[in-house]
Design a protein around this ligand. Structure first.
Ligand code: ADP
Ligand code: MG
Length: 253
């Protein structure tokens, strides 16, 4: 998509768990080349929102469009196949498997509707394509030199980059990152911020949930703030930092 054009729009998005309204009618748009932060206190509904956008959970109400097409009710696999890639709050790498193989899992998923296809019937050309793509993404995140190490041997910061490389194999139109900087050391955070800046420069659209406010405020173009499932505010980092309601509910604590 052309820089600045709409990639995703959520409208009146709602999720109820029994009597609890975990996501309460929120709406926002993400434009191509933007890095947007989704912030708010624990329990605000951020992860549930990610799960609604990626089809992991079905919404109770509202709509989501991707490049103008409705994706509400589509399966997680279908939405991933259309280029919405994500990483998880808790790193999900396969233990005992090399970094390269962990990234190649993402390449398997690209463009295929069925998981069975990923596991079976790989011809040589397909396998070569997958590993070329995985190498390319490892270079992109600066981890080619550890491609043959077992993923468990890497630092948490490197493991997070492996997850991003795997997500990039989908050739995503939108990248969703759930707390990518959590638990990282200072230098690892700086390396992550540099990578995300570079992806933005390449035109990638990124939505991230993150509690490290220095990281968020320096990196993002715009913020969506949630509290008790609802939208508390939206705006540029400077505006959000000065917003009394946001300070009261979140930033001041
Ligand atoms: P956040 O990621 O902002 O910390 P969550 O989206 O995880 O918040 O949770 C929002 C609210 O929904 C919380 O009150 C949480 O307990 C509740 N919740 C999340 N998932 C479920 C679920 N599967 N069943 C019931 N309640 C849930
Ligand atoms: Mg969460």
């Amino acid at each position: 998509p052309a820089r600045g054009s709409e990639v995703l729009r959520a409208s009146a998005l709602t999720k109820r768990f029994g009597g609890l309204v975990a996501v309460d009618g929120i709406g926002f748009a993400l434009n191509a080349g933007e890095v947007v932060g989704l912030i708010g206190p624990n329990g605000a509904g951020k992860s549930t929102t990610f799960n609604l956008l990626t089809g992991v959970l079905a919404a109770s109400g509202g709509a989501v469009t991707l490049l103008g097409q409705p994706i509400g009710g589509h399966s997680a696999r279908a939405i991933a196949g259309r280029g919405v890639a994500r990483t998880f709050q808790h790193v999900k790498l396969v233990h005992g498997m090399t970094v390269l193989d962990n990234v190649a899992i993402g390449a398997h998923l690209r463009g295929h509707a069925g998981a069975a296809h990923a596991a079976l019937l790989l011809d040589r050309a397909e396998e070569a394509r997958i590993f070329a793509l995985a190498w390319q993404q490892l270079h992109r995140v600066g981890l080619a030199h550890v491609a043959h190490l077992v993923a468990d041997e890497l630092s948490l910061g490197q493991q997070r980059l492996v997850e991003i490389a795997r997500a990039l194999c989908l050739d995503p139109v939108l990248l969703l990152l759930d707390e990518p900087a959590a638990g990282l050391r200072h230098l690892e955070k700086a390396a992550l911020a540099k990578l995300l800046d570079r992806l933005r420069a390449e035109g990638m659209t990124i939505l991230l949930v993150e509690h490290d406010m220095d990281f968020v405020m320096n990196l993002t173009d715009r913020l969506v703030v949630m509290n008790f499932g609802a939208e508390l505010a939206q705006g540029r980092p400077r505006e959000i930092q000065a917003n009394p309601a946001v300070i009261d509910a979140y930033l001041g604590t």
